[in-house]
Design a protein around this ligand. Structure first.
Ligand SMILES: [Fe+2]
Ligand SMILES: [Fe+2]
Length: 276
């Protein structure tokens, strides 16, 4: 029987995007079917996972702005989320493959395998909706900032947990409700439903990150709030961007006193800021 680290490595090394999503689901199914008999194993994951030749990757400030209600504009917006989901598949399996020697219970691996499986579902749901519009992953440019935080935290599990689920995935909780509204307002209930499903799952991903971060802090008897703030300041470029979805963050086990001191000032005189 193979081991979990080998399965995780296979997902990371798969360059085809749809193939990566399929492998993610297959790996999760094999792990679950083994019913606790599969070894964790160990592996050395690559610094960067394999990716398809497209999309073209641009610096975040060079991304074209898409506005309007056309199918192309909607597909471009969904493509941006889909690109995040592909990164999220790799981030979940990298969490599994990279931290096999951290003396963690099997529940840790169960959790990140489930996250990897759900990210694959998100990718595939978005692929289906984009196909309705005649588009596929790779048809639009994407931005290349997403793997930086993974690289910065590759030797440090608490730092990885502090930054990837508790900053990057938490950011998804802040921005997705406005996207759902935007689709609902133009009557695209199908896209709105997919994004709502993603939002519900993402709350549990942030919660998973928070739970394991607090588990490690308790084990090492360090103050979780202070060490979270230190790790984020050290490993995440820039300030956290308001407005925050306080309710969803709270539900995910991310209290305001953790992130508020690291927040950038709310932009501009827009009275809506801070009230999302
Ligand atoms: Fe996701
Ligand atoms: Fe996620």
């Amino acid at each position: 029987m193979t081991d979990l680290a080998t399965l995780a490595l296979a997902v990371l090394m798969e360059p085809d995007a749809a193939g990566k999503a399929d492998l993610s689901r297959e790996a999760a199914a094999l792990w679950r079917a083994s019913n606790g008999a599969m070894a964790i194993g160990n592996s050395v994951p690559p610094d960067r996972p394999a990716r398809p030749a497209l999309p073209e990757l641009l610096p975040p400030n060079e991304m074209p702005r898409r506005r309007g209600q056309s199918e192309a504009a909607r597909a471009a917006l969904l493509h941006a989320v889909q690109h995040i989901e592909l990164n999220a598949i790799d981030l979940a399996w990298d969490m599994v493959a990279r931290f096999t020697d951290a003396d963690l219970p099997r529940a840790f691996y169960n959790d990140w395998v489930r996250v990897g499986e759900e990210e694959a579902t998100h990718f595939t749901l978005l692929a289906g909706r984009m196909a309705d519009f005649g588009y596929a992953y790779g048809d639009f440019p994407a931005h290349d900032g997403l793997w930086e935080a993974a690289l910065a935290t590759r030797h440090n599990l608490p730092a990885r947990l502090a930054v990837v689920p508790m900053v990057l995935e938490a950011r998804g909780l802040d921005v997705t409700p406005a996207m759902i509204d935007r689709f609902a307002k133009i009557g695209d209930e199908t896209s709105a439903r997919i994004l709502n499903r993603i939002l519900m799952d993402e709350i549990t991903h942030v919660a998973t990150g928070s739970r394991w971060f607090h588990y490690i802090c308790a084990r090492e008897t360090i103050d979780p709030r202070m060490s979270w703030q230190e790790l984020v300041e050290k490993n995440f470029k820039g300030l956290l961007k308001p407005p925050f979805n306080r309710a969803a963050r709270e539900e995910a086990g991310l209290p305001e006193e953790y992130y508020a001191p690291l927040a950038a000032p709310a932009p501009g005189p827009n009275p809506k800021n801070g009230k999302l």
